[in-house]
Ligand binder design. Structure first.
Ligand code: F0G
Length: 474
């Protein structure tokens, strides 16, 4: 089972059902040359020995020793390698990504009016670079290794660049350095993330523009200089991110939750989730599929606008391109720039829009938006109950709150919020929340440092007067 030759089992396929063009798996393309749409990694599943049940993958937690198979089994991505068979095992790159666990969050559930045992957090901040991106990067670097590419590039709001820079540094050898080239917008990147790109040695270009400008430029530079693009337009990135869903299932003893809630920026993650469930159903490994909620920040709400106001739909792969074009033209006329405290999802033109529409279709999804105050409050709420995440990740919990208020999600449904990035990615946002500027409206979870004289009595009095009472859920 583990030593399948994986070279010819996969190919790439245009997602547009009117086109359906296919390409070899190792052709470096980020869109269909026939129609310009996105490409999927696709598989000849009938030739792949797929395990009969998902329990098979769980057994790999116990693989002992330091053999190559043990290091692949240690990875929360490659443990599921039969479900993303686009490279042979010797090309699979791992730095121990995806060792993340589904966490039951009963106190947070109580705060949101949900029953105990019904809210779970998929805590992707546990990854080596501190965000979910490592799932995708291990996969994209595996294809880069197979293709022999040693110059990789991405546009980023921060986490993609941190992850890519880490993998490039880890994959470099004295004979064969792998160069990471990062495009970030000016002043748009949280310091935790920038510090990672710099420390891992990436060539870091701060463009005079925002993420959308960077995304355009990186693709142009890649065409000109033959760089390998590691953004989620690279279909192999999303293959790695499918495994987040496999681990959620594993965390629930292979029972299917009712809802998956995820923040939406460039829409790679939500797209990968949709593909994961589509394939699991096709392979007969699951009987039903959870619903999906994608959360935009209100200041970066292109998907929300397209789906809820303009009724854009997947429509069996025939997306109404005119609606998209008209929206983007209007955004250009207005000089629209995305703006939110959740800098990770400060994106106006999500490159995976079409795949996300498909995910919404497959998973009977909804799209909502949450404003910066909601994002801040829910980030602090997550921290208060023992988890911790960066602002963008908290959009998922804020979204759950909203969907509870709308009574779309009931108190006894089983909900999984994806916490996409670690709290320490953006310490400024957290410190600012707890030290609000004068005249900031009341913030529910603010926990400001208290000045106290250098005097034991005063210190003890202060501690005694700040001890929470049992049962306060505080
Ligand atoms: N949460 C975090 C912490 C992110 O870094 C991102 C995206 C998202 C959510 C949104 O995910 O793009 O798949 O919809 N960050 C990218 C970056 C854009 O460059 O790091 P998405």
């Amino acid at each position: 089972m583990t030593h399948v030759s994986m070279n010819s089992l996969s190919y790439q396929q245009c997602i547009n059902s009117r086109c359906n063009a296919s390409y070899a798996s190792d052709e470096v393309l980020f869109k269909c040359t026939q129609c310009g749409n996105l490409l999927d990694a696709a598989y000849h599943w009938d030739q792949i020995p797929i395990p009969k049940s998902m329990n098979f993958f769980e057994a790999r937690w116990n693989t002992p020793g330091r053999s190559p198979a043990a290091s692949l089994d240690f990875s929360g991505v490659w443990r599921f390698r039969e479900l993303l068979p686009f490279v042979p095992e010797q090309d699979m790159v791992t730095v121990g990504e995806g060792r993340t666990l589904l966490q039951q969050a009963d106190r947070l559930a109580a705060e949101l009016g949900m029953k105990a045992g019904h809210l779970f957090l998929q805590y992707e901040g546990f990854n080596p670079s501190g965000s979910f991106k490592d799932n995708g990067m291990s996969a994209a670097f595996s294809m880069a290794r197979k293709l022999g590419r040693s110059r990789v590039a991405c546009a980023s709001t921060g986490n993609t660049s941190a992850s890519m820079a880490l993998y490039a540094a880890a994959a470099s050898t004295a004979d064969r350095p792998v160069q990471a080239i990062v495009f970030v917008g000016s002043g748009k990147i949280a310091f935790g993330k920038l510090s990672q790109a710099l420390n891992f040695g990436a060539l870091t270009l701060q463009i005079d523009g925002d993420f959308d400008d960077c995304m355009k430029r990186v693709q142009e530079a890649a065409d000109t200089l033959n760089l390998y693009v590691m953004n989620s337009v690279n279909p192999y990135r999303l293959e790695g991110q499918k495994t987040i869903m496999y681990r959620v299932l594993e965390g629930l003893n292979w029972e299917i939750p009712d809802w998956i809630i995820v923040p939406g920026g460039n829409l790679g993650n939500s797209s990968a989730f949709g593909k994961a469930w589509m394939e699991l159903r096709q392979l007969g490994l699951v009987r039903k599929v959870p619903r999906l909620a994608i959360l935009n920040a209100a200041g970066a709400d292109t998907l929300y606008d397209l789906v809820n106001n303009k009724k854009l739909r997947w429509n069996n792969g025939c997306v109404d391109e005119q609606i998209v074009q008209d929206t983007y033209t209007a955004m250009d006329h207005q000089g629209y720039k995305a703006h939110t405290i959740a800098s990770a999802i400060e994106i106006g033109r999500p490159v995976n829009l079409h795949k996300a529409l498909r995910a919404l279709d497959v998973m009977n999804g909804v799209v909502r938006e949450v404003d910066d105050d909601m994002i801040r409050d829910h980030m602090a709420m997550v921290g208060r109950f023992g988890f911790g995440c960066e602002p963008a990740s908290a959009a998922s919990v804020a979204g759950l709150h909203l969907l509870r208020e709308e009574q779309i999600i009931g108190p006894d449904e089983r909900v999984v919020c994806i916490l996409t990035g670690h709290q320490l990615k953006d310490p400024n946002a957290t410190v600012e929340y707890h030290n609000p500027a004068p005249h900031t409206p009341h913030r529910r979870y603010t926990n400001s440092p208290i000045k106290v004289p250098n005097d034991l009595n005063a210190i003890c009095r202060l501690i005694e007067s700040n001890t929470p009472s049992p049962g306060s859920n505080a």
